[in-house]
Write a protein that binds this ligand. Structure first.
Ligand code: CP
Ligand code: NVA
Length: 303
């Protein structure tokens, strides 16, 4: 059974296969519509946290491929509370052809994958956000026609999105520098994994956003406090001051650098409104490519 729990588990070839399928399905859609590759198939969508992009793009993606998606919100299954994760995985496997799960603890999506008899896709856990990075790689590839040799500066928290960049970027030759305040570094296991990829990519963790931004092809950021960290917001606001994508930081990167944000954004914190809406910004292309990127994954795992 093939799952997408962590990009650490996917090799370079598998990632490219998904990206090529995505590009193909995007062209096919634009040329009049997709063939019903997933006709009669249902994808279960389990959410412990809120979502705009992930929910809508998976639902619309399944529809466009001739299948359907079933939304199961936080109040419905109450994973691990109303019944065990194992039972949820085993029971849902009798109804649906695939599962997408957005969870708090990463071990929950791992456990779902362990017991499910259908493919499981991680739609964000506290540890990683693989679907985001697949959509982002697609966006960068469309804009630059290559990935290898590009330098990405991630400005902010060493969080799930930073981890997914470390897991997926260097494998495809994208150098990743994480610039974060002290105490907010990405987990060492992700940094080590990233460094072990070869592919000519450099991997660094620094504490100076300007150092990271200098000469970068891509400036990337995400919120200072992720879902589930709301109580830490004030402390984080103090710690992250200066870790912001703004006109000054864009001025240090390559003139044609791509400004990226997974969204939702908190303007005035990790990014200014002006930077997010500058000619360098591709934030809405990124959001759109969640749809196309995930359709590639669905075609790979469910068709
Ligand atoms: N970027 C992203 O995953 O957005 P949602 O939280 O809205 O799904
Ligand atoms: N790091 C953010 C990403 C949201 C898509 C969070 O986990 O809330």
């Amino acid at each position: 059974m093939r799952h997408l729990v962590s990009l650490r588990d996917w090799g370079r070839e598998e990632i490219w296969e998904a990206l090529e399928l995505s590009l193909h399905l995007k062209r096919e859609l634009r040329a009049g519509g997709n063939r019903p590759l997933l006709k009669g198939k249902t994808l279960g969508l389990i959410f412990q946290k809120p979502s705009l992009r992930t929910r809508v793009s998976f639902e619309v993606g399944m529809n466009q491929l001739g299948g359907r998606a079933l939304y199961l919100g936080p109040e419905e299954i109450r994973l691990g509370e109303r019944e065990t994760v194992e039972d949820v995985a085993r029971v849902l496997s009798r109804y649906v052809d695939g599962l997408m799960a957005r969870v708090f603890g990463h071990e929950i999506v791992e456990e779902l994958a362990r017991f499910a008899e259908v493919p499981v896709i991680n739609g964000l856990s506290d540890l990683e956000h693989p679907c985001q990075i697949l959509g982002d790689l697609l966006t960068i590839y469309e804009k630059r026609r290559r990935l290898e040799g590009l330098k990405l500066a991630f400005i902010g928290d060493g969080n799930n999105v930073a981890h997914a960049w470390l897991a997926g970027g260097p494998k495809l030759g994208v150098s990743v520098t994480i610039a974060c305040p002290e105490g907010y570094e990405p987990k060492e296991e992700f940094v080590e994994h990233a460094k072990a990829q070869g592919a000519g990519a450099k991997v660094e963790v620094v504490h100076d956003p300007e150092e990271a931004a200098r000469g970068a092809d891509i400036l990337y950021t995400d919120v200072w406090a992720s879902m589930g960290q709301e109580a830490e917001l004030e402390r984080r606001r103090r710690a992250f001051r200066g870790f912001q994508i703004n006109e000054r930081l864009i001025g240090l990167a390559k003139p044609d650098c791509l400004v990226m944000h997974c969204l939702p954004a908190h303007y005035g914190e990790e990014i200014t409104y002006e930077a997010a809406h500058s000619p360098n910004s591709v934030i809405y292309d990124q959001a759109e490519n969640r749809l196309h990127g995930q359709k590639g994954v669905l075609a790979l795992l469910l068709a």
